[in-house]
Design a protein around this ligand. Sequence first.
Ligand code: ADP
Ligand code: ASP
Ligand code: MG
Length: 417
Amino acid sequence: MARLVLKFGGTSVGDVARIRRVAERVKPLYDAGHEIAVVVSAMAGTTNQLVAYTREAALIHDAREYDTVVAAGEQITVGLLAICLQDMEVPARSFLGWQIPIHASNVHGAARIESIETETLEACFAQGRVAVVAGFQGLADDGRIATLGRGGSDTSAVALAAALKADRCDIYTDVTGVFTTDPRVEAKARKLDRITYEEMLEMASQGAKVLQTRSVAMAMAHGVRVQVLSTFADEPGTLVVSEEEIVENQIVSGIAFSRGEAKITVVNLEDRPGAVSALFKPLAGEHINVDMIVQSASDDGASADVTFTVPEDSLSRAVELIQSHKDSLGFSDLVYTGDVVKVSVIGVGMRSHAGVASTMFEALAEKGINIHVISTSEIKVSVLINSEYTELAVRTLHSAYGLDAPSRIADVEEAIA
Ligand code: ADP
Ligand code: ASP
Ligand code: MG
């Protein structure tokens, strides 16, 4: 007997028929005697609709009320799944975040899970029942409902698996696992049998939305065994594991991209100690996350251009802030655009191999794709390019690093040989 946390995403619970299929997936595991907590998202599209309602009501609004509204989608799916399970003779009951409770910080809209009380769920298991838990939500220390940021049900599931000391956390979604890149952009993307926590963390934080970044960080910190697999296909998925569990590392294991970026260039910023600090301090004060940065000195040495990226939804606030400090900062012009995308190549093998970045630059140059900003870490190289080149860049890099799945013809030839 094992203790399992299973999480089903929005597409997997997209309508009642699909919720029934989810129940059919859970039933054999319950019948086999496992203790099961199922975490569900809202039906696909519901959360977007709820977010749109709050904006329609008032563009600037109370984040606590935003959370009250957008957490509602998961209330519907937990109840429906519990009903479908009961209808199949599987005893089950639904839980909202506050009923467990899952304690969260009071940063409404982007709360962190702080702790989970396990007594209620332990009692549920002891009664032989399946616990159906609403993802994406917790009880903030101000006594209000808090949501965990978009895609947050993954984090609910991993946190629950850690708190319950589950044997595994299975993330069921609409693809069959973690691929070398988004299979919706590159048809030749290959499913990975295994990926390290670190690579998955980079993939997620660089834009691969298959797992929420925080869920991977949490899995890594607590050693939760995470598997990503399909709700609809009966095939093994991808295991997220520690580096020791991978026999041979690929140099590059994946390509991620993030469309929600914006680029700002501050032209002719005075080149003096403290100028860059004065530029970024107000942005930090407003919790605007600056990501990639490049500074280029001018010929006269008196001024420099500073280019950097911020999330696209922070662009207008960032521009306003910088403009409001124009006199003290001393720059001549501000140029900005949201028409950019960040493309990243990721792999733990980079630590021990040179030439990964130059392959990237060469492959992009051959396609005439201009690079605006570059940033690197130990296991990734990211470039900022014009968004019109997103697909071309992803496909070019995918094949430049030898990630393409063998074509059908090659498969056939191999089979014949
Ligand atoms: P869910 O609703 O189940 O949480 P998401 O839409 O959040 O599902 O995440 C699954 C999606 O992530 C896939 O449909 C796929 O388009 C996208 N995706 C992006 N990068 C990858 C990748 N490297 N591997 C698999 N899926 C990816
Ligand atoms: N329903 C939430 C969202 O759409 C949480 C999730 O699906 O993980 O962001
Ligand atoms: Mg998701």
